[in-house]
Design a protein around this ligand. Structure first.
Ligand code: FAD
Length: 354
């Protein structure tokens, strides 16, 4: 028997859950398919939420921890301290946050099937058939950086990636528990950086490299032994995954399939942050779809074509950082006022999403 619904969302990450909640709140029938067994398992993200995201979305305080300062290290391990009176980051208990977002979507009326992958979608008249079992008017691809929905409907695909790896440590003491420690090193973390940050109950230690280079977390931890005492610390969890950094994919939609979040490539190519855009545009797409289905609004893809971020400047900066910033130069410029000012802008400038 075919199950009919207005919208099917493939993927229950930040983007899919925000979209499902907004649709359900507007009274639209929405079914979300997530291949993981339950919410919050198998996380890949560090889960740092930028200040402007925390201002836009009310997140439960007990699942977050505020971090206000940045210690930026050159490859030589010399560092500068950056601070902004008006800015903060939140580290999160990400598995618990995902369970919270999932509960919120279900409370609003969304139907979520865990342990159910999106496998196949095809057009059937004016409708879409999904997995040979569901029928819907719109399909949303929120299934991450390597989207199966994008493949099935010949939409744009991500082609440039960072690969991130992270270990969560218990018992790792930091001399500044208010700081996001960031390590520039083009040998260990080509095209990005390494990080150590106090999480909600653990310390998160990780790095990412521009693919095809792969992150070596053991080599990073060995390098960090000059900065932190790992002797009483133990790894309690590991995570990692792909981060698309090539910008918005094209096309990101057709008449009844729309890509969202990492599937659409709406991740900052510079900071590799994608949680805020996933939540913001997930909610926005839910609201736009609801208006459209009630015949009160334009096609959501037309609106997203004007509002999805393009990241032209950030892609240029990434290009420059990958090609023209070897370790000797990073060591030389660390304390230069221009560099300090630029670094402060990257970390602390509020990015308003349309
Ligand atoms: C190591 C690492 C660290 C990061 N750190 C940060 C950070 O600190 N701050 C930040 O802002 N961003 C960070 N990012 C990026 C951020 O995690 C992503 O941009 C964000 O998770 C995007 O949300 P999303 O919902 O689009 O995709 P995802 O969170 O990837 O969710 C996609 C979901 O789809 C599911 N799925 C995939 N295929 C299928 C299928 N066929 N059927 C059903 N379900 C499917 C997956 O299981 C997953 O649950 C990091 C990424 C990585 C890899």
């Amino acid at each position: 028997m075919t199950i009919k619904t207005d919208i099917i969302i493939a993927g229950g990450g930040f983007a899919g859950l925000a979209c499902a909640k907004a649709l359900a709140q507007a009274g639209i029938g929405v079914t979300l398919l997530e291949r993981k067994k339950e919410a919050g398992v198998g996380m890949h993200t560090t889960g740092i939420i930028v200040g402007e995201c925390a201002e836009e979305f009310a997140l439960p305080a007990h699942l977050t921890r505020k971090v206000t300062d940045v210690r930026l290290y050159a490859p030589s391990l010399r560092h500068i301290h950056l601070k902004s009176p008006n800015y903060f980051f939140l580290t999160t208990d990400t598995p618990a946050l995902m369970r919270h977002l999932s509960d919120e979507a279900v409370k609003a009326g969304a139907v979520i099937h865990y342990d159910t992958a999106y496998e196949k979608g095809e057009k059937q008249g004016g409708q879409l058939a999904v997995n040979g079992k569901f029928s819907c008017r719109f399909l949303i691809g929120a299934d991450g950086p390597r989207s199966k929905v994008a493949d099935d409907f010949a939409l744009g695909r991500n082609t440039k990636f960072l690969l991130g790896a992270e270990a969560e440590y218990a018992g790792l003491q930091l001399d500044d528990t208010n700081a996001f420690y960031c390590f520039l090193d083009q040998k260990l973390a080509f095209g990005y950086l390494g990080w150590v940050i106090p999480g909600v109950a653990v310390t998160q230690v990780g790095l990412a490299q521009r693919m095809p280079a792969r992150p070596d977390i053991d080599a990073f931890v060995a390098r960090m032994k000059d900065c932190f005492d790992f002797s009483k610390a133990g790894v309690v969890a590991r995570r990692g995954g792909l981060i698309p950094v090539g910008g918005l994919v094209r096309p990101f939609a057709n008449e009844n399939v729309i890509l969202l979040g990492d599937s659409a490539g709406i991740v900052s190519p510079l900071t590799a942050g994608g949680i805020h855009t996933a939540l913001h545009y997930g909610q926005m797409l839910g609201q736009l779809l609801a208006q459209h289905l009630k015949q009160q609004g334009p096609h959501p893809a037309d609106v997203l074509a004007r509002t999805y971020p393009r990241f032209y400047l950030k892609q240029t900066l990434r290009f420059g950082y990958e090609r023209f910033a070897p370790n000797w130069l990073l060591n030389a410029v660390l304390t230069n006022p221009l560099f300090t000012c630029a670094a402060g802008t990257v970390f602390f400038k509020k990015k308003r999403l349309r």
